[in-house]
Design a protein around this ligand. Sequence first.
Ligand SMILES: [Zn+2]
Ligand SMILES: [Zn+2]
Length: 447
Amino acid sequence: MASSQEEVMKFWNNRKTNRWLCNRSLSPNEDKSGNDTRQEKDQQNSPASPTYDSDADPEFVPDTESESEEEPKRNIPKQKQEMENKPPLICAGEGESAEPSRDAASKKYKRQTDMCYFCETDVQNFVRHLRRNHLCETKVQEIFSHQKNSVERRKLLAILKKKGNFIKNSEECVKPVKKARSPSASFLPCGNCLGFYRSKFLYRHKKKCLEGQSAKNAQSEAQNLLVKNKRIDQRLKVEVFPRMRADKISLEAKNDYLICAYGARYLKTHREKHFINVTSRKMRELSRILLELKKLEPTIHNLFDALKPKHYDQLVEATKSVANYDTVNDTFDSPTFAMNISTALKQCCDIAIHMVIKNEPSVETATYEASLKTMINLLQSNWRFDVSGRAGNDLNLKKFNKVTIVPLATDLRLLKNYLLLKAGEAVNEMLLMRTLTLLCWRQFIVG
Ligand SMILES: [Zn+2]
Ligand SMILES: [Zn+2]
């Protein structure tokens, strides 16, 4: 009995020293384990062991205080603390870190840069940049002379921002004043404040910007402002550009120097006033072809790039697409366009050759010249088989089927009687008044 009591006491003493109540499981199997297993566990609990767990070791003394226990996160809401302590929802695969995904962090809102009007650099914090770098500028001094967050200060800052952003937006609109929900929305600048607004609502802003003045042709004027610095024929700029409908096709035509050169040449050879509209139409036709080509071949940036023999097939495709070619019935909806565009393209090749040969003679210029001449040959020899032959047939068929109404003899008699009646009325009026008034004369002539 005494020996068994001693054994029990020894067991309880061992348990006390190991502080099993806090650190060990209460499994009965463990109680049955002998001294050897306990020694193994002690070895595992030593700091040298690779499976050592400091949290499980009651005798562990931390190096620093910060490691000993986590500091309570003050000033952070309880909900946020819970969120931070939660394990990552997605299990890390092989070779992946178990850290939470940083996608959420990358989605964080990032302020878009503004271009500085004075040094033409993109800046993240516009106001800070002005204060640090351009405080000597009078406009900046004026801005900072106003109180922080005041209306005046905000207005002046917005004006300066718009001016700076106009520099980078001129090529492609990157920073409009207000973003549009639709990704396909186009933006145009206001001629007064140089801010970029959605084309559709530009007139509305301009009316406000010009303080009630008329904002007629706002889009057309905005497009002309964008191409103001380009070397384009003055007559084309003054007479044709304002007559062009302000859309994507017109802007493409105004931006392409070869299309503009073609328009200028056409206007020089056709000096009558009504040819202004014809010039606009012809330039738009070329622009539509170019836009279609850009869709088919992204490497094409302008008409000069497109006029290469390797792009001939794409040119045929683009023409068919613009002329609404029906592949099932093998017919063109606009056969006239398909027939006439080859003439315009050949003239563009001719203008391009003149542009190239004006430069210093070199291997490059000779290559361009040869390439353009080959393109003219292709258009002369192949175009009729690929496009214009079929288009010509369609045009003749349409003409043949068109019903033409010829005036009958009774119609002509009716017209003659009406004119005689009107002339008689005019003569009687003149005799009555005894003077030749302009109204009577007009009535006599026109009837
Ligand atoms: Zn600057
Ligand atoms: Zn404005």
